[in-house]
Structure formats: C-alpha cells, structure tokens
Design a protein around this ligand. Structure first.
Ligand code: ADP
Length: 330
C-alpha cells in the first residue's frame, strides 16, 4: 500500500516501533527522533525534511511530523502524526522551469547577437553592396520572427497558467486566416527545399473564434511541420467543413512520432529524444499551447502519425458556438 510504495517499507513494521528499527535513512531517523524527543513539550518543532528513499533514487519525499495532543489535556503530547508526501513532480517542474529560463535566455541571445552583427556591418563599409544588404535584411527579418514567436508562446502560456486568458471570439473568415498563415510560413520555410501545398475549399462559412489565438495554434503546427520534415519533404495545410464541424489539418512527410512519444508531445517542455528532433531548436511549448487554445474553443487537437513517415495534426472546431449564439449571429 501507500507507505510501502513511498518509503519501501511494509506498514506493519512501522507502527509502534522506533524509526531506527525500520529505517536506515540517517536523515529520517534523526528527524523523527528529534520529534519524539519533544514529546511532552508544548513547543514542538514545526519543520519538514525532504528525503530520497533508498529503494527509489528518482523520488523525492517530504516528511512532516505533527504533534498529536491529548484531547483532554492539550498540554500533553500523545505522539506525532507523520505525513509523507511525494513531491517528485513538483521538483521536476521546478527544475524544468530553471532549465527553461536558461534555454530561453540562450534562445534570445543567439538571434540578438546575429542581428547586432549584421546591423553593425550594414552601418560600416561592408554594407555597401546590394547583395549584402539584401542578405542582412533577410537574416534580421528571420530572427525577428523567431524571437517574436518564442515570446508570444511564452506570454500566451503564462497567461493560460495564471488563468487570465480569455478568448475573444469574433466572426472570422477562416479561408483568409489560413491563406495568410500559409503565405507567411512559406516565407520562413524558404531555402529548405520543401514543397508547400494549400488545399482549401472554395468557400467556407464564417467561424466564431479568437483569431489571434487560432493563428498561434495553426502557426505552431506549421512551424513544426517544417522543422521536423526531411529535405524534399512536403507540408500541406488543408481545411474542410462537415455538418458544422471545421477540420483544419497540417500534414508533413517528415520524421513522424513514435507511439511512446505520442502520449507525451502535448506535455509542457516535452521534446522527443530522437537525434533528428534534437537538431532543431525548440522548447516543447508549441504543442501544449496549441492544445490549450483549441480546448478553450471547445475543440480538439488530434494526431495521426507514422514513425519515419510523417505526421498529421488535425484541429476540430465547431462552427456554431454558444458565444456566437449568445451574440445572436449563429
Ligand atoms: P518544440 O517543437 O519547440 O520542441 P512542440 O511543443 O511544438 O515543441 O513539440 C514538442 C515535440 O513534439 C517536438 O520536440 C517533437 O519531438 C514532437 N513533434 C511536434 N511536431 C512534430 C512533427 N510535425 N513531426 C515530428 N515530431 C513532432
């Protein structure tokens, strides 16, 4: 049961015995004996310790002892109640936050350095040739775009986490939004030898969505389809409408996602260990954010993928929404 799982000790061996009889953990023993030593005193020590149990080195447990006073005489201490809490997850979160900040700082610095270098050259004599000017402006432009994607993702995710994200549904012409996102992504994917295809119906009814957020979600999927593709690969953005349900798909002919990774790619900070994936810069925030956005629209984000062949991410949204009905337009 729980104690066994957490401390690796069978319950029957604990009750009524001193800590040193059932534990080899010096830190735990000294903590618990300190607490029993305060028996009978009212001013007990209120603190807790963190330990890693012998049987599972990946675990972190927080142990807190509370005094149990006699109900008749609360100056009399009967014993202590010891609470063991598994805080492994919290620890992991804290660590990944720290790593995240370090990685973000690095990600921000690299393009800034490149932009500083190119802009200095533009000011100097090197900046005289036309070819150089065009190259410099393109590089700077690309880096500005990368930076703004990163910053937008971080801001949006933080806002979700703080619970302050409201969606602002508006009547949106989906075809225009998708065409625009597609044209922008071709710009950032140029020079990679990829083929881009846009497969949209001639007409679509207007949808009621938060267009800025939906744009972020679609962009993140398209960026991934470029990043995790192969040379000569293909990226297809398509949409269709069936019975009031809109499906937006982003398909690539790239690395694909293994069955083990499939359950985790929507976790924050998760990135596949695949060497080809690790060659690309990323923070593991794009998909969790896209999923949050789609869920806030009461839609779903699905994945079909074959490892080694490619992936298809599908956004399913209902067109006629509560909000739209409330606004009297659906
Ligand atoms: P990032 O791309 O910054 O790592 P994401 O949250 O967008 O973060 O994606 C998380 C992980 O999911 C990626 O690191 C990669 O392992 C996997 N992934 C996402 N999109 C694709 C794709 N189109 N093809 C293959 N793997 C993908």
């Amino acid at each position: 049961d729980k104690i066994t799982a957490q401390l690796g000790i069978v319950k029957g061996r604990i009750i009524g015995r001193m800590a040193r009889e059932w534990s080899d953990h010096p830190h735990l023993i000294s903590y618990l004996s300190r607490h029993s030593a305060s028996n009978g005193q009212v001013g007990y020590i209120s603190d807790s310790i963190q330990i890693t149990p012998e049987h599972d080195q990946d675990k972190l447990l927080e142990v807190t002892a509370y005094p149990l006073f006699s109900p008749k005489d609360n100056a009399h201490l009967l014993g202590s109640m010891v609470v063991v809490r598994d805080c492994t997850e919290e620890q992991l979160m804290r660590r990944s936050r720290g790593e995240f900040v370090a990685q973000v700082a690095h990600e921000l610095k690299t393009p800034l350095n490149v932009m500083a270098m190119y802009s200095e050259s533009l000011l100097g004599e090197d900046g005289n040739s036309d070819e150089f000017r065009v190259e410099a402006v393109n590089v700077i432009h690309d880096d500005v775009e990368r930076l703004s994607t990163l910053i937008n993702n971080m801001l949006a995710l933080t806002k979700f986490e703080l619970g302050g994200m409201r969606i602002n549904r508006q009547r949106v012409r989906l075809l225009e939004l998708l065409e625009d996102a597609f044209n922008n992504i071709i710009q950032s994917g140029r020079g990679k030898g990829l083929e881009f295809a846009l497969d949209l119906p001639k007409e679509m009814t207007a949808v009621y969505v938060d267009k800025d957020l939906l744009r972020i979600a679609v962009n993140n999927l398209l960026t991934n389809a470029i990043k995790y593709n192969r040379p000569d690969g293909k990226v297809t953005l398509s949409a269709e409408e069936m019975n009031g349900v809109i499906e937006i798909s982003v398909q690539d002919s790239g690395l694909g996602i293994s069955p083990e990774d499939r359950s985790r790619i929507f976790d924050k900070f998760f990135r596949s260990n695949d060497a080809d994936v690790r060659q690309q810069t990323g923070h593991g925030l794009g998909l969790p954010l896209a999923q949050q956005i789609i869920q806030m629209h009461q839609g779903e984000l699905c994945l079909e993928s074959e490892h080694g062949k490619g992936s298809k991410f599908i956004i399913r949204l209902e067109r006629g929404t509560e909000m739209a009905k409330q606004a009297g337009v659906a």
